[in-house]
Write a protein that binds this ligand. Structure first.
Ligand code: 5GP
Ligand code: ZN
Length: 135
């Protein structure tokens, strides 16, 4: 897509610190890393969000995510894999991507917070809605 920054990175029209590349995926360092080695993995073909990826690109993408995770697991105490979809969920760049964030104890990164409670009725309703949409 013409105005997409990650498409431009995939086509090498703008520079990035690439750590891995294959036919359909690219992994490069985040320009504003949450920790040293914070890596982004993208499909080379544009898709805005996870659910819009075709199956072939999705499979290649998750295989690359695991490949990068294997390397990062050797240079960290643990790691987070994050994937944001739509602005409400924190997506800034509208080209699907996974974050792989190396972690170490005491690094000060926090994702956990108290979760709201839902009624039994609300829970049953959402189960039915999701199941219906999956049919
Ligand atoms: P999102 O919030 O969309 O899941 O994450 C987008 C990520 O892309 C952010 O962590 C941001 O720092 C990173 N980013 C945005 N623009 C660029 C860029 O031009 N180059 C690189 N390497 N990372 C970028
Ligand atoms: Zn794109």
């Amino acid at each position: 897509m013409a105005d997409c920054i990650f498409c431009k990175i995939a086509k090498r029209e703008i520079p990035s610190d690439v750590v891995y590349e294959d036919e359909s995926t690219l992994a490069f360092l985040d320009i504003s890393p949450a920790s040293l080695g914070h890596t982004l993995v993208i499909p080379k073909a544009h898709a805005e969000t996870l659910e819009k990826l075709n199956e072939k690109d999705l499979k290649s993408l998750i295989i690359t995510v695991q490949k990068i995770s294997k390397a990062i697991s050797k240079i960290s105490e643990g790691y987070n894999v994050l994937q944001n979809n739509k602005e409400v969920a924190g997506q800034i760049v509208h080209h699907a991507h996974f974050h792989i964030i190396p972690r170490k104890h005491g690094d000060g990164i926090h994702f956990n917070r108290p979760n709201p409670k839902f009624s039994e009725k609300e829970t049953r309703q959402i189960i039915e809605r999701i199941k219906t949409l999956l049919k």
